[in-house]
Design a protein around this ligand. Structure first.
Ligand code: MG
Length: 394
């Protein structure tokens, strides 16, 4: 926690809480916390944040207690982003706020759920999880007398809206011309804090999906040893294991310890690479402040070589894990659940809670309601409304 750390510790190109572009609804300052600490705290106390614990990352929630969920993924993203932010003298509290909120708009059942909901909404403006994350913090959380949503700072909202189609950006800009969607119309980058969380997301899932993939048995160590980025740190970890005192008693066996010893080195190397490449880019560009950052090209990145290796790893994970027959079998059931839930609520909006049922835009209210569900609540509702149980072992 960096409470007490003053803005003087921040680099000139960092977001300074005292110079925030502000909140949509003006509020008096908090006595003990700056604007971005307050953003983070509001996210942590939100209902949508607590639901992340029961939402799928790759494995559906009931498949095992040790796999990542959206919540533990978000915590790992925050940890990675904070490590790098501290090195780069960026605003750690803002980075943490963006990281903890970045997946709030995800549907149950991960990307399968999102694809299904997008298909259901095709004739009604579609469904994008980034846009939905912004919708959660701007509208769907209802905790304050004075406004809907969490009334986060512009900088937090800018980081949360990491992608947005031009069509949706134009729609958002019609309501809020200088809002976080502007850059998707005019071009330009978000703050360095927002750029950093994007890469931290990639670093976190690349490493933890290897771990979950091996733990589940869907990935085999031999497959990973053919992926150069993994293979290199696997070799280093093996050498370190041979030299350690534990090894004298028991030679290093391929197993969980070796996986952790490999992944912790891989994680540290990826963070170090981002810090180094970004420092070099900043030294060349020397943006005077965050507004100059927004006008520059992207400045937070991997080195070219590391980028290639990370892309190769992602390509491997896509084919070997995300498209593994066992994963896609579960995801097709999940898509069926989302699609049938959508049809059921659309036909009978009164099956939803009163604040969702009372709407002029039924499809959007149904999408909002379904997107907010945890995996298991979606399954229970599906069974209640259709009388059929999709996953037997729940
Ligand atoms: Mg993520």
């Amino acid at each position: 926690m960096s409470a007490g750390r003053d803005a003087a510790g921040l680099a000139p190109w960092a977001c300074r809480p005292g110079r925030s572009r502000g909140r949509r609804f003006a509020e008096p300052p908090a006595p003990t916390r700056d604007e971005h600490q307050r953003d983070r705290d509001r996210i942590v106390h939100s209902t949508a944040f607590r639901r992340l614990v029961y939402k799928t990352q790759v494995f559906v929630n009931h498949e095992g207690d040790l796999f990542r969920t959206r919540l533990t993924h978000s915590l790992e993203v925050a940890q990675v982003a904070r490590s790098a932010a501290r090195e780069l003298r960026l605003n750690e509290d803002l980075v943490e706020a963006i990281a903890l909120a970045h997946d709030l708009g995800h549907t149950p059942f991960g990307h399968a759920g999102q694809d299904a909901l997008h298909a259901c909404m095709a004739a009604h403006g579609g469904f994008e999880h980034n846009l939905q994350s912004l919708r959660v913090v701007d509208r769907l959380e209802q905790r304050y007398f004075a406004f809907d949503g969490l009334n986060l700072s512009f900088e937090a909202r800018e980081g949360i809206l990491k992608h947005c189609s031009r069509r949706n950006a134009l729609r958002l800009c019609a309501v809020e011309p200088d809002g976080p969607a502007r850059r998707f119309v005019d071009g330009g980058q978000p703050s360095l804090e927002a750029q950093l969380v994007n890469l931290a997301d990639e670093i976190a899932y690349c490493t933890h999906d290897i771990d979950d993939g091996l733990r589940s048995g869907l990935l085999q160590p031999a497959q990973l040893e053919a992926v150069p980025l993994f293979a290199r740190w696997h070799e280093v970890a093996l050498d370190a294991g041979q030299a350690s005192s534990l090894a004298a008693a028991a030679p290093v066996q391929p197993g969980r310890r070796l996986v952790f010893e490999t992944l912790r080195r891989l994680l540290a190397a990826l963070i170090a690479d981002v810090v180094q490449a970004t420092e070099a880019a900043l030294a060349a560009a020397r943006p005077g402040d965050v507004e100059a950052v927004r006008r520059s090209a992207a400045l937070v990145s991997f080195s070219l070589h590391q980028r290639e290796e990370v892309d190769a790893l992602k390509h491997f994970l896509f084919g070997a894990l995300y498209r593994h027959a066992q994963v896609t079998q579960t995801t097709s059931l999940a898509q069926q659940v989302i699609t049938e839930l959508f049809e059921a609520y659309r036909a009978r909006p009164q099956e939803m809670p009163a604040d969702f049922a009372a709407t002029d835009d039924v499809p959007r209210a149904v999408a909002d309601y379904i997107a907010g569900m945890t995996d298991r609540f979606a399954l229970r509702e599906h069974e209640r409304l259709t009388g059929r149980r999709v996953f037997a072992d729940l």
